[in-house]
Design a protein around this ligand. Structure first.
Ligand SMILES: [Zn+2]
Ligand SMILES: [Zn+2]
Length: 240
């Protein structure tokens, strides 16, 4: 699991740099990123082992593993967003098999510091972007819908929902996008308050609420500026 986490984080960082270079943006981060700082930690900041122990069945275990690997990739993306001051935001991209809630969010642009709304097994990703970049079915709800077969449309949106969309209904009206969606570290604010209150220096690995570690995405969300985000990412040892 540790090796898979490291691979997911490293791949995301490399993919981000490639996408930045493609957009003519200097891909080198403002600081050296330490993907190993994301390893062994669950996406809500607790110890990964303790989360895996909560699985009561093999199916639950698989769900946790899959979700954690997707989340670690997204946390790596958050570090990358934080360390590229030229990048003002990201676009949300779906991957094949996405659910209706995710499809209707495809292509939306978010500020660099906005947390990523996701649900268990969600495979959606950040694309670094200055603004909404259209032209790919993975970032356009309607194009994505049209790329599916009728049966896939039914499976993703429900039979009635898919039929309504085929008849021209607004996709956002058909899907309840918020159901079951949250950022990876929901209690980030209390983690921040606790760890900030405990010590201002050397907090890497230090326990906050219930031993939780402040995750990169939460750092971006709570930072007062880009400089503050970089400072906090460094303080928590995500970058050097
Ligand atoms: Zn989804
Ligand atoms: Zn998703």
């Amino acid at each position: 699991m540790i090796g898979l986490q490291l691979a997911a984080a490293t791949e995301t960082l490399a993919a981000f740099e490639a996408m930045l270079a493609e957009q003519g943006i200097d891909p080198s981060p403002a600081a050296e990123v330490r993907p190993e700082a994301l390893v062994g930690v669950a996406s809500d900041g607790r110890d990964l082992g303790s989360l895996l122990q909560l699985a009561a069945t093999a199916a639950q275990f698989d769900m946790i593993v899959e979700t954690q690997l997707q989340d670690v990739a997204r946390q790596a993306a958050a570090v990358s967003l934080g360390t590229h001051p030229q990048v003002t935001g990201y676009v949300r991209m779906v991957n094949p098999g996405a659910c209706g809630r995710c499809v209707i969010l495809a292509g939306r642009w978010y500020r660099w510091s906005d947390g990523f709304q996701r649900h268990p097994r969600c495979a959606c990703r950040h694309i670094p972007a200055m603004e909404d970049a259209a032209g790919d079915f993975r970032t356009d709800p309607r194009e994505y819908f049209d790329s599916l077969t009728g049966a896939e449309q039914d499976a993703t949106f429900g039979k009635a929902g898919a039929e309504a969309i085929r008849l021209g209904a607004d996709m956002g009206q058909v899907v309840n996008a918020r159901r079951g969606m949250s950022t990876a570290q929901v209690s980030a604010r209390s983690v921040l308050v606790t760890s900030e209150g405990t010590s201002r220096a050397g907090v890497a690995g230090r326990s906050g609420v219930r031993g939780a570690r402040l995750m990169p995405e939460s750092i971006l969300a709570s930072a007062t500026s880009r400089d503050d985000a970089v400072r906090l990412l460094r303080e928590y040892a995500y970058i050097t």
